[in-house]
Design a binder for this molecule. Structure first.
Ligand code: PLP
Length: 359
């Protein structure tokens, strides 16, 4: 089976083996050693000295944690959205009563730092900016260096969804001054869904101290207090920790630069091969994501049929479009445990399936 959706992603055999281990006491010594080791490894891979918490939730829970820990009801927040997940971040903030100012860009394009500057200039009351690092729904990676530079000019809090980015792409959290950054276990980390990660800067802690949105499960103060004793406030998804202990050890040994390069090579190969077949990349190619490739579906192509043929006849699973991109694009995930050979298999299957999926 070639599971090539942009998360969950396949787990290597050594991770699968670790996932099957017997349960342990989450308040005991063994778990304490595991959480300490994983937290240190995650900090290395986030390139941060900030606090970092492992939350038992999917990525959206991590996004919600950023909102409830940083904001007060009616705080003004600039939402920079380039797709479905950027819009979700805004929706979470709105749900908790924030005054969200949307700055939406055309699907397929990256966010324009100059437009962000204009928006921040126009409204000095904005407290925080929500940004998606890698927009999985469109296959676009934002230029976080340029974007964070603009936001720092205005000294605003930078809350980043890097759920599908971190673990695969190079995001130097401290160099870019990112205040809260969220990642999700089922993406480049090569473990199942169930955990999200949140890094929290000193500036973020200051915002946290005055933030008034009610919070309980995701309270960073509780997380920090328990982490000091190598624990979590609530029962953690222990099995996923077992897997993550194995995968992050290997990732740290490889290094962020090599991981990012490996993803870039697989992505470049995928894009080149797709274009050679006459297909069109949906994303603005300057910002095309190295973890997920979005491909335009021409009018004759039925995306559901294509996905069905790939699944039933070739054991290849790809993703369709989300929201208003449903039926208009298909997406191939290549994050985490993936090689050029895997992509060759996907491409060979596409060669056979595409003619059959055209009406
Ligand atoms: C960029 C991005 N943000 C948020 C999410 C939501 O994460 P989850 O489905 O784990 O809640 C995803 C998941 O695909 C994502 O790719």
């Amino acid at each position: 089976m070639q599971l090539r959706i942009p998360g969950p992603t396949p787990c290597p055999p050594e991770v699968l083996k670790a996932l099957g281990k017997q349960m342990i006491d989450h308040r005991g010594k063994e778990f304490g050693e595991i959480i300490t080791r994983i937290t240190a490894n995650l900090k290395t891979l986030f390139q941060t000295k900030n606090d970092l918490f492992i939350l038992s939730s999917s990525g959206s829970g991590g996004m919600e944690s950023a909102v409830v820990n940083m904001l007060s009801p009616s705080d003004k927040v600039l939402s920079v959205a380039i797709g479905v997940f950027g819009e979700r971040f805004a929706e979470i903030a709105r749900t908790y009563g924030a005054n969200v100012i949307p700055l939406n860009f055309e699907y397929g394009k990256a966010a324009d730092p100059d437009e962000i500057r204009k928006a921040l200039h126009a409204d000095p009351a904005i407290k925080a900016v929500l940004v998606t690092h890698n927009e999985t729904s469109t296959g676009v990676t934002n230029d976080m260096a340029a974007i964070s530079k603009v936001i720092r000019e205005f000294d605003k809090l930078i809350l980043v969804d890097s759920i599908s980015g971190l673990g695969s792409l190079d995001l130097p959290v401290d160099t870019l001054g990112l205040d809260v950054v969220i990642a999700g276990s089922q993406k480049g980390w090569m473990v199942p869904p169930g955990l999200s990660f949140a890094s929290v800067s000193e500036k973020a802690w200051k915002a946290h101290a005055v933030a008034k949105i009610p919070r309980f499960y995701f309270d960073y103060t509780k997380a920090k207090k328990y982490l000091a004793d190598a624990q979590t406030p609530w029962t953690p998804a222990i099995s996923v920790y077992f897997g993550l202990d194995v995968s992050t050890k290997a990732m740290v040994a490889e290094g962020v630069a090599s991981i990012a390069q490996r993803h870039a090579k697989v992505a470049e190969f995928t894009r080149k091969e797709l274009k050679e077949r006459g297909l069109t990349i949906f994303a603005d190619e300057k910002y095309a994501s190295n973890v997920v490739t979005s491909v335009k579906a021409d009018e004759k192509l039925s995306v559901p049929k294509l996905r069905q043929i790939l699944r039933d006849e070739h054991k290849v699973i790809i993703a369709g479009g989300q929201g208003k991109l449903k039926g208009k694009i298909f997406r191939i995930g290549h994050m985490g445990w993936v090689s050029k050979e895997d992509m060759k298999e996907v491409l060979q299957a596409l060669d056979k399936a595409l003619p059959k999926a055209r009406e």
